[in-house]
Design a protein around this ligand. Structure first.
Ligand code: SAH
Ligand code: SF4
Length: 423
């Protein structure tokens, strides 16, 4: 629903084609979308279009129901909302979602979507992120991105080679879940697509969310917190917070707030048991070394044997996979209610690492298993489509300051020419 026909995603990527309307004040290509907003965001939208204050909460609940419970894609579907208000909403807002620019399906059923976000300014061609759906028996996990790229530079991670472009908004994070559920026909309003059998919550296709896509979620704390609030709301998308896991490379100061304000499950990307090695693999360790990280885990609000912290450990051949390291790992986690996830390293073009041999992983896992940690090896999923952990990377690169200057200059001169009626 492009409200401004002279401006499309394609023209946005070409400096010469930037339209006059963007000269001084940039005009977005489309109206803002309501999908992905928090309740407060919906109430604010209703206030913007003049809905009386005493009605706003009730109207927001109606919108909430249609958007998040029913997956409505059209204003006309919102039959509990009067026609007048629907028309006013349609004149000011859309129900747009991130655009899927490519979909790949692995031989194991894993799906990877490349999603393009709406442009945020004249020099933004619409940032792209990746989102992966992993079906398993009895559950389906959606791996969402929290940032476009990453500021951290973990040496074994593909995303780490892409510079940070920007943080995603809460709506853009929720948008990934909405896109996935709609693509999978996972809303009750899409029943027809599944046949006639009514489906309840238990038969949902997306049952779990992991913040393990692109980006460091704890560097985008507010958006991640708000997105989880929307995803876990019982009247809407209704995913239990116990089924939402936030994975961090170890942003220590944000760990306690995550437990307090969000009460999501925590996963720590540990990958090494000594500071010298972790400094190299996860450079953030130089700022927040292992001891500090472990202390934050010991005191994580809500941690218990029923709510354990997951420690992720990528298996890198001849780097971190010795028996001694397995024993040190067990020692390090002593006293912390923990699960250990051994992740076979997923290779990507240009990497200097290799995945540990299978018998090495088995030895390592045996030691961990004997210490009381069950089924610790994560089966790689979607490797054939580069959808596995750490393989995600989009082509979106931050424009250099110089490129942005040229683009802004073009915008200005185009604008000047176009505002001249004789031009
Ligand atoms: N930035 C967050 C979340 C995204 S990374 C974090 O680092 O935790 C999600 C998980 O994939 C992390 O545990 C990360 O260490 C792991 N990972 C990164 N690259 C990988 C690779 N090439 N193979 C296997 N796991 C990888
Ligand atoms: Fe960023 Fe996580 Fe990759 Fe490290 S492992 S570069 S924190 S996405």
């Amino acid at each position: 629903m492009n409200q401004n026909p002279s401006f499309t995603a394609e023209t946005a990527s070409l400096p010469m084609a930037v339209p006059a309307s963007m000269a001084s004040t940039w005009v977005p290509a489309t109206l803002p979308s309501l999908v992905g907003r928090t309740r407060a965001g919906l109430i604010a939208a209703l206030a913007e279009i003049g809905v009386p204050e005493k009605e706003r909460r009730m109207r927001a609940s109606q919108l909430w129901h249609w958007i998040y419970q029913q997956g409505a894609r059209d204003w006309s579907a919102m039959t509990t909302i009067g026609k007048d208000l629907r028309m006013r909403l349609a004149a000011h807002f859309t129900l747009a979602l991130p655009e899927v620019t490519s979909e790949q399906m692995s031989t194991d059923g894993t799906r990877k979507w490349l999603m393009r976000m709406a442009p945020t300014g004249p020099h933004d061609r619409g940032a792209e992120i990746e989102c992966v759906y992993i079906p398993e028996v009895g559950r389906g996990t959606l791996c969402v991105s929290s940032q476009v790229g990453c500021t951290l530079t973990c040496t074994f991670c593909h995303t780490g080679t892409q510079r940070l472009v920007r943080n995603l908004t809460a709506a853009e994070i929720v948008g990934q879940l909405m896109v996935a559920r709609l693509r999978l026909n996972d809303f009750p309003s899409q029943l027809g697509a599944h046949g006639t059998v009514p489906r309840n919550d238990d038969s949902r296709l997306v049952t779990n969310i992991v913040f393990m896509g692109m980006g460091e979620p704890l560097y985008n704390f507010e958006s991640v917190r708000d997105a989880i609030e929307v995803m876990s709301d019982g009247d809407g998308l209704s995913l239990s917070r116990r089924r939402i896991t936030v994975s961090t490379s170890g942003v220590v100061p944000q760990i306690a707030p995550l437990g307090q304000d969000v009460s999501a499950m925590l996963a720590i990307s540990l990958h090494a048991v000594r500071n010298d090695l972790r400094d190299e693999l996860v450079p953030l360790n130089r700022k927040y070394p292992i001891e500090m990280l472990m202390q934050a885990c010991r005191t994580y609000p809500g941690v218990s044997n029923a709510r354990r912290i997951t420690f992720e450990y990528v298996m890198l051949k001849a780097v971190n996979d010795s028996d001694a390291e397995a024993r040190d790992l067990v020692r390090l986690l002593k006293g912390i209610p923990a699960k250990i996830n051994l992740i076979p390293f997923n290779p990507w073009p240009g990497t200097r690492y290799a995945c540990s041999d299978w018998d090495r992983i088995e030895h390592f896992s045996d030691i961990v298993f004997r210490a009381g940690y069950a089924s610790p090896v994560r089966t790689p999923r979607g490797r054939d489509i580069l959808a596995a952990c750490g393989q995600l990377k989009s082509e979106t690169e931050k424009l250099s300051a110089r490129a942005r200057m040229i683009l802004d200059d073009e915008t200005r001169s185009n604008g000047a020419a176009m505002s001249d009626p004789s031009a």
